[in-house]
Design a protein around this ligand. Sequence first.
Ligand SMILES: *[C@@H]1O[C@H](CO)[C@@H](O)[C@H](O)[C@H]1NC(C)=O
Ligand SMILES: *[C@@H]1O[C@H](CO)[C@@H](O)[C@H](O)[C@H]1NC(C)=O
Length: 400
Amino acid sequence: MLVSALLALALPLGTGPDKFIAETWSKGQKEVERIARPSTDKVPSAVWTRAQEAAAGIVREHFTSLRPQDALPGVATPAELATRAPARKVASAVWTRAQEEAAGIVREQFTSPRPQDALQGVAMPAEFTWCNKDGVNYCTMSRNQHLPQYCGSCWAHGAVSALADRIKIARKAQGVDINLSVQHILNCGGVGSCHGGSTAGVYHWLYRLSRATGSGISYESSNPYMACSSESDEGLCPAADWSCTPQNIARTCNTFSSMGGTCVAIAKYPNATISEYGTLSGAAAMKAEIFARGPISCGIDAEPIIDYYGGVSSLKGDEVNHIVSVVGWGEEQGTPYWIVRNSWGEYWGEMGYIRVAMGNNALHLEEDCAWAVPKAFTAPEGSPNFPCGEGGDDCETGKH
Ligand SMILES: *[C@@H]1O[C@H](CO)[C@@H](O)[C@H](O)[C@H]1NC(C)=O
Ligand SMILES: *[C@@H]1O[C@H](CO)[C@@H](O)[C@H](O)[C@H]1NC(C)=O
């Protein structure tokens, strides 16, 4: 790392630091050659044999704690993992291009130059993550799409998490994180359900909404995630309505029903808009986009990683059937990897994250990604909140 960083910063040949590096390098080379030269003399062994150890009464181990070599059976080698049968068949939760087209989804609309073009050929750092950029965390919360019951809404989660990170980046990580409503998308997006959807579709929907109304996606605190969509028969879903009514965009409940209370839509609610969005593929384009503008949402094969307990996964995979968000990259013993946030809760993998080998489309992660650029969002320091009464009624009738 250090050496490569030094070399990357190297001055024109022959000048100070460069000369110093060259001299040190050649000194080092000579030393290596000297050590590597085969000696004609036999070296007497300075290490006791097991027999000698036993004769001296040496007991070679004494412990009660679980050893890491036994305690981490999940960290299988890629070869071991490759031969392991998948734990469970995964139903694809990602729409195909044909499904996207049938739903009228436009996969990109932008005018600004894209980092993938503007930064072409520009060297990227070996390690970069928005979860720790110069000591600051710009990553927003890990989510669990499967609570209160199973729901295949990864496509909405990946898009929302990447966008929320970008809002946090725009806010320089100041203030309480803004959490966007995944349920708003499930109720109103028309680009997917608990049985799958399109992550580019989320941004297309939000882009249209932003342009047509000047308002965007509502916040979690006025529309919490319920893991339901109209067609879902799971858990509590059949008990309620999940259509795109005003109440299913932003709402509150004003008191106990026994006291005459009811739930009402909030006419004015905190929300976030986007100005442009797009799709991309390939490691170079992913790196440029992430580096310049923030996390992105990408397809992945979920089947081989259902039972993932840590480490860098370099499994090939078969197809994209799940969506995650990619927040950066790193390097382990010379192997570069992506840092990926899933939406299966923090109990899964590395605190809800997985590292995936880079450069080879492992798990099909480098195949289909989407990005969006935040525009306006309601925040104490940004676009002002439209204050409403506790019961939500004042803002509904506009008594301001
Ligand atoms: C958003 O979620 C994070 C993590 O749970 C939390 O710390 C933060 O307070 C939330 N923001 C709001 C406005 O509730
Ligand atoms: C969306 O947020 C903006 C800025 O805070 C606000 O002006 C607008 O009224 C909000 N939209 C709705 C529908 O409440």
